[in-house]
Ligand binder design. Structure first.
Ligand code: DC
Length: 221
C-alpha cells in the first residue's frame, strides 16, 4: 500500500517548494499536478485551439499526451515526448492552464494519470483538487495558503531575482484573478477538503512549513 500526502491551495502559497522538500525528507516522489495543466495549456496554445470553446478543447484532447519523469531528482514534464519544463513556467502558460483546467474532460484526462501514479508509489502530490477529487482517501491532506499580499511579494521577489521586470500591483491582481477562477469554477473548484489540515504560511518560513507537514506525516505513518 502506498502512502499519499495531498497538498492543495491557491497559486503562490509555496506548495511546490514545500511539497518537493517534504517528498525529499520522506523519500517519496513529488508530483506537481499544476505542471500537467500547464503542459496541456501549452498544447492548446501551440495547436491554436480556441480555448473559449469547450467543444474545440474536448475535440483536441486525444492529440496530447502528458507524461512525467524524474531526472536528477526533479520532475520533468513531457508533452508528446518533448520536455516542456522550461516553457510551462510563463505567466501565459499559467493563465492558459487556469482557464482550461475548468473543463471537465481536460481534468479527467489528467486525474486518471495522477491516480495511476499514486496507486503504486508513495507520493506528495500538490494541486487544487488532490484532497477532494484525485486522492480523497489520502491519509494526510494539507491546505496550504497565504495572504494575497504575501504571495504577490514572494512572486515579485522571485522575478526580480531572475532579472525580470515585475509590477507588484499587477502580480497581486493576477493572483486575485487566478484565485477567483480556481475557486469559482464548476468542476473541482479549489476548496479545502473537510479533513484537510489548514496551514497558513503568511508568517512562516519554508523550514517551518516543511517541518510541520513532515511531523504530521510521521504521526500518520
Ligand atoms: O499550481 P499552478 O499554478 O502550476 O497551476 C496552474 C493552474 O492549473 C491553476 O491555475 C489551476 C490549475 N490546476 C488545477 O486546476 N488543478 C490542479 N490539481 C492543479 C492545477
Amino acid at each position: 500500500m502506498s502512502f499519499q500526502i495531498a497538498i492543495d491551495g491557491p497559486a503562490g502559497a509555496g506548495k511546490s517548494t514545500v511539497a518537493k522538500r517534504v517528498a525529499a525528507a520522506l523519500g517519496f516522489i513529488y508530483v506537481d499536478t499544476g505542471a500537467m495543466y500547464r503542459a496541456m495549456g501549452l498544447y492548446f496554445l501551440d495547436r491554436g485551439v480556441d480555448t473559449d470553446d469547450e467543444e474545440s478543447v474536448n475535440a483536441s484532447l486525444d492529440g496530447a499526451e502528458v507524461t512525467l519523469d524524474i531526472i536528477d531528482g526533479n520532475q520533468v514534464v513531457f508533452l508528446n515526448g518533448q520536455d516542456v519544463n522550461g516553457r510551462i513556467r510563463t505567466e501565459e502558460a499559467g493563465m492558459m492552464a487556469s482557464k482550461t483546467s475548468a473543463y471537465a474532460k481536460n481534468r479527467q484526462k489528467l486525474v486518471d494519470t495522477q491516480q495511476k501514479i499514486a496507486a503504486t508509489q508513495n507520493v506528495v502530490m500538490d494541486g487544487r483538487d488532490i484532497g477532494t477529487v484525485v486522492l480523497p482517501d489520502a491519509p494526510l491532506k494539507i491546505y496550504l495558503t497565504a495572504s494575497v499580499q504575501t504571495r504577490a511579494d514572494r512572486r515579485y521577489k522571485e522575478l526580480i531575482a531572475k532579472g525580470q521586470e515585475a509590477d507588484l500591483a499587477a502580480i497581486a491582481r493576477d493572483i486575485e484573478q487566478r484565485d477567483y477562477q480556481d475557486m469559482h469554477r464548476e468542476n473541482s473548484p479549489l476548496r479545502r477538503a473537510d479533513d484537510a489540515i489548514l496551514v497558513d504560511s503568511s508568517d512562516m518560513d519554508i523550514d517551518e512549513v516543511v517541518n510541520t507537514i513532515v511531523t504530521y506525516a510521521k504521526e500518520k505513518m
